[in-house]
Design a protein around this ligand. Structure first.
Ligand code: ATP
Ligand code: MG
Length: 777
């Protein structure tokens, strides 16, 4: 048997070498599902299956790239190149370009990102004179998105009285009209939004049997990772494509289904066995990722969910440290705690920054964590949030580039028609838009034929409009021969963008220029990279496709040695040695917006399960007693999810704040905190009722100097939030949160290198005082 297969256990081997027929691998986190998919593809190729006939769908393009690299290392680079791998969106965007004309789209259609969709929806709401407080554009967008993902076209919408009634009840009777206008405007602009990439693929496969047959024959073998998070639209595509050969292999974990809010349907995994005949079901039980403590703790939480498939997850790994639970007074304290323990762990164990991840429920939580990391000079990278490509100046450049490829692109045109300012006012643009809607043509076409239209503009404006058309057309000519880097460099200069941003002179202006430079550098890299790919040329079209479909996870150009900050949703499928789950508070996680029904709460619990199972060696759970939310300081209680973990897997830390508030401790002990700025929470019973966690806030309020005897202020200059330095004395009784109480029997070294030998009940330990979490008693 092939040598690489020995890297799998028996349970993993079975689905890996099962090539024909429908099959599902249902297994818990870290059990090797993604590994099985990877090895299975390599195995199929080694058995002579043409990579051209294999389609693998992953959650991010980065995951696809990594899989491809791994497969290439087994079967060879040239073979692996021909595999079709990527996210649903990227794979089907490619197919849609090939087949676009059947649907009346140009093959160079633009892909609208959410910003473009939002702008268009806002315009439509305004044009229709609707109340923007009732028709909130984000809600309208998410409603349209859910229609599309359920395959409800505009026509289907108007034929469905229930939908119309639901929107009318929600005080939005014009939803259908907005939907209709939005779809028409996208079509006219030669643009598809993200949901269209799936919806139109479905349309293609149902309306054109010959197209369906073509791709069924092409993709004889289909594999899907993270199947639990497919939505209805994705489900139907997979079903249709696999219908002929039925060689479909999906892997997933119902306990990790966390995208219901975006239309993912957990039933896709639960019903898989009903959808195909003779489904082979495989289960993996051994977790290779995490320590026993982490695996057991995660199991104990997910057990509380009623809707789930029965699964066993165990590990042969070490017990590892217990999961550390830490309470802070405020969100700022929480940030400092996270930063200082990362600092300590790095120093104690010589670890790279990339070993650490900080996961949160909402993007807004990153700020206080970022502040603390910056103070300690710990490099970090935020995933999600506003991506590089959505920054204003970058979007401006990209809009020019998009117009070169598709001049009908209305959102791109509106953005740059008068930026940099060239004297084309909003009134003119409005008139052009009305005319374009009337003629059922794009704005660009109306501009180009302005003399033949009845648009009222004076001759000066007419000249300016035609100049703009000529400018774009000259770029189009250059695009026939130049690569994307050369073209973009020319466009940024000729369009006046560079001059405009340079003129600014403010620090923001400088940053904008740097970002444009970064964009150009990225293009240069891209052009170089494309040289290695068969058929690729480094053209503008290729670049725009790459940008439109890259998730933030995919743009990892950095050296990588940074602490990762991201929402839990983004962390799916990833793993890190040290994981911090922050903001574990009721109403934040579980989110206040997701506690109305049992199923919503169960989804939050699955989210917590995903978060905890990302950790390999050590997990930290943190919460704050008060936190700034929506600009106000609000009290909070620890999340129920902490309580739901079996106590035996937890280690509840003595919060450093409890010691910090001792007035005898001076600011420099904590490096960055002034004790008199520490806010105190009003006395309130903390809900967490578990062993040592059962503490009340009074304890924070009334520190008694005699039981918190600081030895001295630190001058070690490490900025580490520890209490002791070389003034500690032999004979002192101390308490350590893991070893219990003990007595100092020897001290050696000075300054930051001071070590103490302490006799604990469990034996004598030598601790570096700089890092040891000790309290004098
Ligand atoms: P998730 O549910 O989080 O997506 P998963 O089931 O896809 O997890 P993988 O990511 O494939 O799990 O595997 C988890 C970790 O365990 C990886 O680091 C992987 O390399 C390792 N691993 C899996 N199986 C084995 C094995 N048989 N021997 C050694 N390491 C393994
Ligand atoms: Mg996986």
């Amino acid at each position: 048997m092939e040598k690489y297969l020995s890297q799998l256990n028996e349970a993993q081997l079975a689905p890996t070498i099962q090539i024909e027929g429908p099959m599902i691998v249902i297994a818990g986190a870290g059990s090797g599902k993604t590994r099985v998919l990877t090895f299975r593809i390599a195995y199929m190729m080694s058995k002579g299956i043409d990579p051209f006939n294999i389609l693998a769908l992953t959650f991010t393009n980065k995951a696809a790239r990594e899989m491809k690299e791994r497969i290439a290392s087994i079967v060879g680079q040239s073979e692996a190149k021909n595999l079709w791998m990527g996210t649903f969106h990227s794979v089907f965007a490619k197919i849609l370009r090939i087949e676009a004309d059947r649907l009346g789209y140009p093959s160079n259609f633009t892909i609208y990102d959410t910003q473009d969709s939002d702008r268009l929806i806002r315009d439509i709401i305004k044009e229709m004179n609707l109340d923007k407080d009732i028709y909130k554009y984000k809600q309208v967008r998410s409603r349209i998105s859910s229609y599309k993902n359920s395959l409800i076209t505009v026509r289907a919408y108007f034929q469905n009285p229930e939908l119309i009634e639901a929107d009318t009840m929600a005080r939005r009777p014009k939803m259908g009209d907005i939907y209709k206008e939005y779809v028409e405007r996208c079509f006219k602009a030669g643009a598809m939004d993200f949901d269209d990439l799936l919806l139109k693929t479905n349309e293609l496969l149902t309306r054109f049997p010959e197209v369906l047959a073509k791709y069924q024959n092409r993709f004889k073998y289909i594999l899907v990772d993270e199947y639990q998070d497919t939505n209805h639209s994705q489900y139907l595509i997979v079903r249709a494509l696999s219908d002929k050969f039925q060689n479909i292999c999906v892997v997933g974990d119902d306990a990790q289904s966390i995208y219901a809010f975006r239309g993912a349907n957990i039933n896709n995994i639960l019903n898989f066995q009903k959808d195909y005949h003779d489904v082979k079901v495989f289960r993996l039980e051994q977790n290779y990722r995490s320590t026993k403590n982490i695996v057991n703790a995660a199991n104990s939480v997910i057990d509380k969910n009623q809707t789930k498939l029965d699964k066993v997850v165990w590990t042969a790994n070490d017990d590892g440290g217990k999961i550390i639970v830490h309470r802070s007074l405020t969100d700022a304290d929480e940030g400092r705690y996270v930063a200082s323990t990362i600092f300590d762990n790095k120093m104690n164990h010589q670890l790279p920054n990339s070993d650490f991840a900080i996961l949160y429920r909402t993007n807004a939580q990153s700020r206080s964590i970022e502040d603390a990391l910056r103070k300690r000079d710990i490099p970090y990278r935020i995933y999600g949030g506003l991506s590089f490509y959505q920054r204003k100046e970058i979007k401006d450049v990209l809009s020019y580039l998009r117009l070169i490829i598709n001049p009908k692109d209305e959102e791109a045109l509106k953005r740059v028609i008068n930026f940099p300012p060239r004297g084309i006012g909003q009134t003119t643009v409005d008139r052009l838009m009305v005319a374009a809607n009337g003629y059922k043509r794009s704005i660009f076409e109306v501009m180009k034929n302005i003399d033949k239209t009845d648009v009222k503009v004076n001759s000066g404006t007419k000249r300016k409009l035609l100049d703009f058309v000529t400018l774009i057309e000259s770029f189009q000519v250059m695009n026939q021969t130049a690569d994307v880097f050369e073209l973009a460099e020319y466009v940024t200069k000729t369009s006046g963008l560079i001059r405009e941003f340079n003129k600014d002179g403010t620090p923001e202006g400088v940053t904008r220029m740097e970002n444009i430079e970064e964009l150009l550098n990225g293009m240069k890299d891209f052009v170089e990279g494309q040289k290695e790919i068969v058929d690729a040329t480094g053209s503008l079209a290729e670049f725009l496709e790459d940008v439109a479909l890259s998730t933030d996870m995919d743009n990892d150009k950095d050296d990588g040695n940074k602490v990762a900050l991201m929402t839990i949703h983004l962390a799916k499928g990833l793993e890190f040695p040290y994981v911090y789950i922050v903001g574990l508070e009721e109403d934040l996680f579980p989110s206040a917006m997701s506690m109305n029904t049992r199923s919503e709460l169960e989804e939050e619990r699955r989210l917590f399960y995903v978060a905890l199972t990302r950790a390999e060696k050590q997990a930290y759970l943190t919460y704050a007693l008060s936190r700034y939310r929506w600009g106000k300081l609000v009290d909070s209680e620890p999340s129920r999810f902490i309580e739901e973990i079996d106590e035996e897997y937890l280690e509840i830390e003595t919060p450093i704040e409890e010691r910090r508030i001792n007035p005898m401790l001076s600011a420099d002990i904590f490096g960055d905190v002034e004790p008199n700025k520490v806010r105190f929470k009003p006395a309130k019973q903390v809900k967490l009722q578990k062993g040592t966690t059962k503490k009340t806030a009074e304890k924070y309020q009334a520190p008694t100097p005699k039981n918190l005897k600081p030895v001295a202020s630190s001058s070690s200059g490490t900025g580490s939030p520890n209490l002791f330095d070389n003034k500690i004395a032999v004979g002192n009784k101390v308490k350590h949160n893991r070893f219990g109480t003990g007595e100092i029997i020897k001290i050696e070294g000075t300054g930051p290198d001071t070590k103490a030998e302490i006799k604990f009940q469990v034996g004598v330990k030598k601790l570096l005082l700089r890092f040891a979490k000790l309290e004098v008693i």
